[in-house]
Structures are given as C-alpha cells and as structure tokens.
Design a protein around this ligand. Structure first.
Ligand SMILES: *Cc1c(COP(=O)(O)O)cnc(C)c1O
Length: 409
C-alpha cells in the first residue's frame, strides 16, 4: 500500500517528537505542513487494477492513516486502527472471538463496555466473568479452557484501582490467552501496556488523546501483523470508522499530549494533596498519593499518574450535591481528559444503573465525587474546591447546631 505521507520510521525519536512528526510528513504534492482533512468518500483510480493506495474511504483515508500511524508509534507498536468511538474500538476487538468463547473482565471496567458485553455480545453466546483485576489469583481462577481474552483497565474509573499489567500478561502468555488493556485513563505518555506484555491496547480518543472535549473517537493498537489484519478486516466489514475531520482534531490534540498530561498531573497532584488534608474530606483516590494502596505498583508500571482524582466528601448525598452544584470552574459533566476541568457524581450519573447495595461495597458511595482535572491555573482550581467545601462545612455546622434542641427535647 503506497501512502500519501511517507512512513519513515521515527521510532528512535522521543515521544513528543513522534507525536508531532510520525505519520505526518509534509504533503509531497502541495507542501502542506499539516496533514490535510481528506474529506472524500472515494479515490479516482489511475487505470483498472492501479490506484494510489486509496480506493474507498471506509477502508483507507490519508488523514485517518496519519493518526493511526502516530498513535501506534506512541504506544511503541507498528499498527494502529482509528475507530468511530472508544466503544466501536472495543466492539472490533471482540469481533476476534467465536460463539462459545469466554472473556475474563475487570469488574470495574467502563460502564459502556459492561453494557456492550452483557446486553449485546451475550446474545451471540460470548461469556464474561467479572473479577477484581487487582487480585492476580482472581484473574487466574476465572480462566477456563474457553477463555480467549482477558480485558482490563488500569487505572479504573472512578476509584483509580490498578491492575498489575506485567503479571497479568505473564498469566495470559502461559495460557496463550490474549490480553487487551484499555489505556484511556493513563495514555501512552504515562503507561505503555504493550511494552508490559499486553497484546492489544484500546483507547477512547474522546478523552486525553484528542484532549479538548470536542470529538468522539477510538483506537486499537497492536504489534502483531496477523492480529492487525484480522482487526482491520473486521473494522472494514462492519464499518465503524471515524470521519476525517475528527481524525484531524485527534491528530492535532495528540501533538500536545505530553505537555497537557504534565499539566493535568501537576494540577491533579496538587488537588489530591489538598483534599487529603481537608477536614471535610473522608477519602481521596489518586494513584500518585503515597497513601494509595497500590502506589508502588503505580510507580513501577506508570511514568505518571494521570489527571483524574476521586474523593469522598463528608455528609453523603447532600454534601456531594452542594459540591457539584456550586463549583464555577469545574463543570458538571460526564467524560474526562479535556483541558477544561469537569466534576461528576458517579452514584447518580455514570454508575446510576448499579443498585445501591451493589455499588456501595465497591466504594461508589453517595459522597463520592470524581474530578477530571484540567489544565487551568492550579490556584484557581484549588480556590474553586475550597469554596464549595466551605459550603459543606457550613452545612454540617448548621446541622449539628439545629440538632442540639432536637436532642434536648
Ligand atoms: C469513555 C471511555 C470509553 C468509551 O469511549 P467512547 O469514546 O465514549 O465510546 C471506554 N473506556 C474508557 C476507559 C472510557 O473512559
């Protein structure tokens, strides 16, 4: 396959250099510095049986190909596929399986992944067992002779639990089972699962990779050529491809991934430390805190800890409501990974379908709040949180005062 943009391998260059250059040579016919948006459905062929490497845009598009090549390089791999959404990417990976196959899945995977597995793929006689992926014994014990795939996220949403990717890859290699890691939260800047032994990485490029909360997109990355051809075949057969403009935006976002992630992490660390010392906060979840139970694992498999922080505010649902309804910079919204800070309440938003009796023992309590920390000035973000937490402490004080006469009666 010839390519519009030469594919000179830049694997020797550093991460940010590859993010800016890999797959993104200047256009040989016009000199366009930036990879253009090839907004076309089809490509004119030179003569019967002869074309320039492109025929129909579901199969190949130069803007998409530039993004695919760049993302593959950032994960330290040879092959990438850009998909219409993160879930489209997940769905294409699951196309590798046959009816009767079994998948071992981390119990706190993204809700949409759980829904796809349980409500769609079970109809085709695929079977799923959900385990605590931070427990290696549980992973090992869930494997059956039918298991063809292990599916994990690390860190997870919203409690930022880690799975030991190296150790799980070892288990999978011994049993000849494929390991797929959803690397959306960490991004290749902070964690490269293929280098730790995984076979496939998927992303929701909607989040940090595009980074500006302006597209829906996904990606699949692997280093095995045969596996890649299968995945490419399934994507072309079912058709969940991204449009060229979304690929352009993702490619633009990726160029500043490293810069953004350093800022996301710096702000997230400052906020996690601040919250940990706040009297109105019960608990903080952030893998970069020494108090995180898997801090050592985080340091051994991640180069940084990301930009998502979760915490439990004292005072349950009422206090959580006060926090999420009164921030001025943190916007109340689902999703994560953009330059603008977001705040959400998992118990009533992302995890609302899970019954209270099931979610509470997992840690998704009414007071839990998740922050996607953006790259605004950290002092402004801290002031925003300080203000809303002061509203909560006023609330608690008023409650305890109003309780005095009640108790005296
Ligand atoms: C958002 C997300 C997805 C789904 O991606 P979409 O782009 O919304 O389809 C999958 N996994 C994780 C970890 C996510 O955060």
């Amino acid at each position: 396959m010839s390519k519009q943009f030469s594919t000179q391998n830049k694997q020797d260059y550093g991460f940010t250099t590859r993010a800016i250059h890999q797959g993104q040579e200047a256009c040989p016919s016009t000199g366009s510095l930036i990879t253009p948006i090839y907004q076309t459905s089809t490509f004119v062929q030179d003569e019967l049986g002869k074309n320039k490497g492109y025929q129909y845009a579901r199969s190949h598009n130069p803007t998409r190909q530039a993004l695919e090549e760049c993302l593959a390089s950032l994960e330290g791999a040879r092959f990438g596929l850009a998909a219409a959404s993160g879930l489209a990417a997940v769905s294409i990976v699951l196309d590798l399986l046959q009816a009767g196959d079994h998948v071992v899945v981390g119990e706190d995977v993204y809700g949409g992944v759980y829904r796809l597995f349980e409500r769609v793929l079970r109809k085709f006689n695929l079977n799923f067992t959900y385990i605590d992926a931070s427990n290696l014994e549980a992973v090992e014990n869930a494997i059956t002779p039918e298991t063809k795939l292990v599916w994990i996220e690390s860190p997870t949403n919203p409690l930022l639990k880690l799975a030991d990717i190296r150790a799980i890859a070892g288990i999978c290699q011994r049993r000849r089972i494929r390991l797929c890691v959803d690397n959306t939260f960490a991004t290749p800047y902070f964690q490269r699962p293929l280098e730790l032994g995984a076979d496939i990485v998927v992303h929701s490029t909607t989040k940090y990779l595009s980074g500006h909360s302006d597209i829906i997109g996904g990606a699949i990355i692997c280093d095995d050529e045969e596996l890649f051809s299968e995945l490419k075949f399934f994507q072309n057969a079912s058709g969940a491809v991204p449009g060229p403009f979304d690929c352009f935006l993702a490619l633009r976002g990726v160029k500043t991934l490293a810069l953004r992630l350093r800022e996301h992490e710096r702000n997230a660390t400052a906020i996690a430390r601040y919250l940990e010392n706040h009297s109105q906060v019960e608990k903080v979840y952030f893998p970069g805190l020494p108090s995180h139970p898997q801090f050592d694992l985080a340091k051994s498999q991640m180069a940084g800890f990301g930009g998502v922080v979760a915490f439990v505010v004292k005072g349950g649902l009422e206090a959580a409501r006060t926090v999420v309804n009164n921030t001025s910079l943190f916007q109340l919204a689902e999703s994560l990974g953009g330059v603008k800070s977001l705040i959400c309440h998992p118990a009533t938003m992302t995890h609302a379908p899970i019954p209270k009796e099931v979610r509470e023992p997992l840690g998704i309590v009414d007071g839990l709040i998740r922050l996607s920390v953006g790259i605004e000035e950290s002092k402004d973000l801290l002031a925003d949180l300080e203000f809303v937490l002061s509203l909560c402490s006023n609330q608690t004080q008023q409650e305890s005062q109003s309780q005095v006469p009640v108790a005296a009666q």
